[in-house]
Design a protein around this ligand. Structure first.
Ligand SMILES: Cc1cc2nc3c(=O)[nH]c(=O)nc-3n(C[C@H](O)[C@H](O)[C@H](O)COP(=O)(O)O)c2cc1C
Length: 241
């Protein structure tokens, strides 16, 4: 080990303290061999920010996805809703992978008319659980993502169709990506749609124009997924020859 350089993570959200990570550049026979990133243990569990000044790259995403994830079809097949979570934090790299995956989602006119709230705070999680008709597992999860549709972004180009449809679809797609990325990384999550939009917006102090469309608690599963049935293909498609 030849070089250790501390990198400061940006303080993305005021509720999150800054985090120090260490980048370790490993050289072999004078040539750069690898760079490892390690989180600093000086901060309390689950209190980390995601946005490294070192930035992110697709190369890193690819590298990590090879190491930590499962095959696409295996992910699709194994995904089921998880409503019980271990008291175990999500590794910052995994959370970051989920959020980087979200960024790659398609969106109407590439406007990306969504915002994702990343909730670490226990009090906020409890209040979200109450706003979701007492779905207490939300408060158990180490991380809760809240997906907002942004009609203010969409309507600027697409007017009514942007405000009523495209921004909802954009936010829905990114929630799906996050749900699947979590599965691929060995995490559990459940799509929560039953909540008071008004209360969720109030709890997270969201601007009036943002519309919360889904809550996704994520964590290590504390239950086995329950297999669920699906309508047969013949009932779900119409063919046009
Ligand atoms: C739009 C939407 C809203 C949902 N809302 C809730 C919810 O509020 N609470 C909950 O426990 N599950 C919710 N779910 C999860 C579904 O119940 C679940 O995906 C479905 O029963 C199929 O089970 P599986 O995900 O385990 O395959 C929701 C799923 C979707 C797609």
């Amino acid at each position: 080990l030849h070089h250790v350089e501390p990198l400061l993570y940006t303080q993305f959200c005021l509720q999150i303290p800054p985090v120090i990570r260490f980048a370790c550049l490993v050289t072999l026979k004078g040539k750069k061999h690898a760079t490892y990133y390690e989180s600093c243990e000086l901060i309390p569990k689950q209190k980390y920010s995601l946005f490294s000044l070192a930035g992110s790259s697709n190369a890193k995403l690819k590298l990590q996805s090879k190491r930590m994830s499962m095959d696409f079809f295996e992910t699709i097949k194994s995904r089921h809703s998880i409503r019980a979570f271990l008291d175990k934090p999500i590794e910052p790299d995994k959370l970051r992978m989920i959020l980087e995956t979200i960024r790659l989602a398609p969106s109407a006119g590439n406007l990306q008319a969504y915002t994702v709230g990343v909730v670490y705070n226990d009090t906020l999680k409890k209040r979200l659980a109450e706003a979701a008709l007492g779905q207490d597992f939300i408060a158990e999860a180490p991380i809760v993502l809240v997906f907002f549709a942004r009609p203010d972004i969409s309507s600027a180009r697409y007017r009514g169709r942007g405000a009523d449809l495209y921004c909802i679809q954009d936010a829905t797609i990114v929630c799906t990506y996050a749900h699947l990325a979590a599965t691929a990384l060995g995490l559990g999550s459940v799509w929560v749609g039953a909540f008071s939009e008004e209360e969720v917006s109030k709890i997270l102090n969201a601007p009036a124009q943002w519309r919360p469309i889904a809550i996704l608690p994520i964590g290590y599963p504390a239950e086995k997924p329950i297999p669920t049935s699906r309508r047969p293909l013949a009932q779900t498609i119409v063919e046009y020859h």
